[in-house]
Design a protein around this ligand. Sequence first.
Ligand code: MLT
Length: 309
Amino acid sequence: LCAFAAPADAQTYPTRSITMIVPFAAGGPTDVISRIVTGHMAQTLGQSIIIENVVGAGGTTATTRAARAANDGYTLITGHMGTHAASVPLYPKLAYHPEKDFEPIALLAGTPILILARKDFPPKDLKEFVAYVKANAEKVNAAHAGVGSVSHVSCELLHSILDIKPVGVPFNGTGPAMNALVAGQVDYMCDQIVNAVPQINAGTIKAYAIATPERNPSLPNVPTTAEAGLPKFQAQAWNAMFAPKGTSPAILASLNAAANKALDDETVKKRLLELGSVIPGPAERTPEALATLVKNEIAKWTPVLKPAT
Ligand code: MLT
């Protein structure tokens, strides 16, 4: 009988609070999505989930810490397209491997990328933006959340399409980068939608285009890159939850179930949609689907980013 009994830890898990590492500063997309989803998961699991913002090196400092944490279900991480894919080609000495050192739990959200600028940046629309940054590539600067972050990688893609190399200004997350954009201290940014919707609606920054095939319901007046004249620039990031390798299957299953329940909750859904996120369908929320996504994203970004290093 004992051979079939679940381990004691899995039967009682969780018995204390869980730490969710967020690899960027508070107020940015990773932080906001993590707080919305874990707020609901904590109710399901009956324990609090404490967000710990650990910043640095485009999210790789925190992700290294998560990879080395005890695999007991009490330290998890919200990773993304940067920490769990783009970092592989960009950091030859990366201290973790997204596939070998983590157990995928669930995809939480898709996050379309926008081209944003400070309110008084001269170009009025995307065509003017393209002409302006090409003509002034030595003078303009692009804020980002560190090498390998989504904002960095997305603007690298944009810059490779435009064949320019402007100066990048790194921050510990696009929360602080957005503050600098609003204050007019940096020129532009390629950021995930979650960070941008409240600022665009408040008129504190400009949005030139959204890099997805369709407009986003949260920003109906922002044209797509195709509509605005730059169809080649297509970019959507994602956020997902991971545990250190070797975490027990029963614990992973209860975390996946809690994440699924959160994403099905009407209040959680409403908040994520208001911020422009794309909520993954049930088939995309399994650990297997996330493992495949990570594998495919590493394969996709490696040839794109390798020549830039
Ligand atoms: C990024 O650019 O990778 C993110 O926007 C980081 C963040 O959540 O601040």
